[in-house]
Design a protein around this ligand. Sequence first.
Ligand SMILES: [Cu+2]
Length: 159
Amino acid sequence: MRMRPPVGATSRWLARCTLPTLALLVAACGSGPIPGQSTTTTTTTSSSGGGCTAATAKTSITIDATTSLKFAPATACLKAGGTVTWVNTSSLPHTTTDEPSLAANKADAALPAGATGWNQLLPHAGSKFSLTLKTPGTYKYFCIPHELLGMVGQITVVS
Ligand SMILES: [Cu+2]
């Protein structure tokens, strides 16, 4: 009697393992870091952690809504009760908005518990909007037309 190799088992293994593995490899090659290329680990100073303290917080800050579809500075540190003023420095309409219900990406809007959101159009160059933030915590806001292009900002308020 001859022993036959388990052909059926092998082809089942091939179908089950090899193909998904190949697909995984292709996916990994497509999206993973390129070997040999240095992956820079950017240490972002999260303003909710280090960086923003009562000592470094400002009582008034100005944030530009720019032509390059950014808030500048993108992160700010404000003393509780301080005033933030947005200025449209571009010829495009922008908004400054912190209303979770208006965010395409929920992570782009955040308010400390008990704080009130806002939504203000800055229609043209020179448009300004000022707001006093009394409640300490992290405020994440965005520009409605440019949120998905990365026009988001964060203000940390400390007491
Ligand atoms: Cu905008």
